[in-house]
Design a protein around this ligand. Structure first.
Ligand SMILES: NC(=O)c1ccc[n+]([C@@H]2O[C@H](COP(=O)([O-])OP(=O)(O)OC[C@H]3O[C@@H](n4cnc5c(N)ncnc54)[C@H](O)[C@@H]3O)[C@@H](O)[C@H]2O)c1
Length: 417
């Protein structure tokens, strides 16, 4: 079996903990180079995976160092680094979102055409068994003609606080709008299931809650010195330290690994991060401005309709998707662990998501599925469902949704008139 070499740029939660582990554990890839400006992370993953180590992007890009480049840095760096990678002759595994600008998406596509390199975008849900099953049921005509899809993205209150209030994706001037950052997967799935490009999109949403005026009287700026540290559901101590202990003090667990460079995790390092770092801040006293809920309505060119609700205020984290067809319904519920097929006048079929296989690898098995697809694509096979060209469609839908939201819900034509 041929092995490919991989260079990982950005060794955080995705680059190091997800792809680094999955690719090397598959036995189909070896790590030739790692680059991260966080030297502690670099040293940890260097010791784990081997390969040359670079803390400076310029040095890393001085020459091609592997067959594939994994770009897993923050959203705004993907296109710049992707273009440099393609120009050096790499194939790319590119984290989503591609970019929050249409022009940048097009620039990357043009660079791909010039270089001839392959680009697989990490819309991992396309490779998760439950989402693959739904596509098979739809294409087999099990619910007749698809009329409408209702999607609910349950962000979970603690994930909302971690990523979109305290963390990396909290500010619009630093990162992609939340409907792109959190939901380009969902938008990608909707157009894939609809089997058509989106024609129009409208959207409403705002930042309803995580603002100073909603802080309880007496709340402090940091959780560890706050009188509500043991009672507030958003308390950083409860979210990071109590859950880590309850889970058996694992050496590496998301999202805890994102708040400190300490590997393995320790209670001392977690407390230090909460005392001084951004993740110890009160959720009502952060510099966040992205939405905490957003609703999107989509009309596809082939007549299928869809709604997507991105909701920060949910107890659990997972998607619910309902598919309404002329002859039946399909309901996918990640937290309920089921895909239900309900043919009108027929017998209900229930599939257990966890029994579909590989679901514990992250994103319901999508992370592992994507790594398998990468190997197939590099070997000359595979279907490349999340090629760069195909993946841009979901981004255009997100750009239209964000434009619409800012205009108070106006109907926007996704591809122009
Ligand atoms: N496909 C998915 O489902 C999925 C899920 C979560 C995150 N993401 C995306 O993955 C990307 C990474 O997210 P993450 O959660 O791993 O973040 P992270 O903060 O854990 O990791 C990012 C790493 O990149 C490093 N870095 C940033 N800029 C760099 C540069 N110029 N040179 C070298 N190193 C640099 C940081 O030091 C950090 O270690 C983001 O774009 C995010 O939107 C995708």
């Amino acid at each position: 079996m041929k092995k490919f070499t991989v260079a990982i740029l950005g060794c955080g939660n995705r680059g190091g903990d997800t792809y680094g582990n999955l690719l090397t554990e598959s036995g189909k890839f070896t790590v030739a180079a790692l680059c991260d400006r966080d030297k502690a992370r670099l040293a940890y993953y260097g010791a784990r995976f081997g390969g040359e180590m670079f803390s400076d992007e310029e040095e890393f890009f001085a020459k091609k160092r592997a067959d594939v480049l994994v770009v897993a840095t923050m959203d705004r760096d993907h296109v710049r680094q992707g273009i440099r990678g393609l120009e050096l002759g790499y194939d790319l595994l590119l984290e989503k979102p591609i970019s929050d600008s249409k022009e940048e998406c097009e620039a990357l596509l043009a660079a791909q055409k010039r270089s001839g390199g392959k680009v697989l975008v990490c819309h991992v849900l396309r490779y998760a068994p439950a989402f693959v099953l739904v596509e098979k049921l739809l294409r087999a005509g099990k619910i007749g003609q698809l009329v409408e899809i209702q999607a609910l993205e349950q962000v979970a209150y603690w994930h909302m606080a971690h990523s979109f209030v305290r963390g990396n994706w909290r500010r619009r001037d630093e990162t992609a709008p939340m409907i792109l950052a959190k939901c380009c997967h969902d938008l990608d799935l909707l157009q894939f299931y609809a089997g058509s490009r989106a024609k129009t999109v409208s959207s409403v949403g705002d930042l309803a809650y995580f603002k100073p005026e909603n802080a309880p009287l007496g709340a402090q700026k940091r959780c560890l010195t706050c009188p509500f540290v043991e009672t507030c559901p958003y308390s950083a101590k409860r979210i990071y330290i109590d859950t880590w202990k309850e889970g058996g003090c694992k050496p590496s667990i998301w999202p805890h690994i994102q708040i400190t460079s300490a590997y393995p995790l320790t209670e001392k390092a977690l407390y230090e991060a909460l005392e001084t770092g951004p993740y110890g801040r009160c959720v009502y006293a952060c510099d966040n401005d992205v939405v905490d809920h957003q609703l999107v309505e989509i009309a596809f060119e082939n007549g299928v309709k869809a709604t997507l609700t991105m909701m920060g205020f949910t107890a659990g984290c997972g998607r619910i998707m309902r598919f309404h067809g002329t002859l039946g319904e399909i309901v996918l519920d990640e937290l309920g662990d089921t895909v239900r097929l309900l043919p009108f006048g027929g017998k209900e079929e229930v599939y257990s998501i966890s029994a579909l296989g590989a679901v514990d690898s992250g994103h319901g098995g999508g992370d592992a599925g994507l790594c398998n697809m990468l190997y197939e694509v590099l070997s000359g096979g595979g279907t490349e469902g999340t090629s760069l060209a195909a993946s841009i469609e979901s981004h255009l839908m997100a750009f239209a949704a964000e434009d619409s939201r800012k205009m108070g819900g106006a109907c926007i034509s996704v591809h122009g008139n």
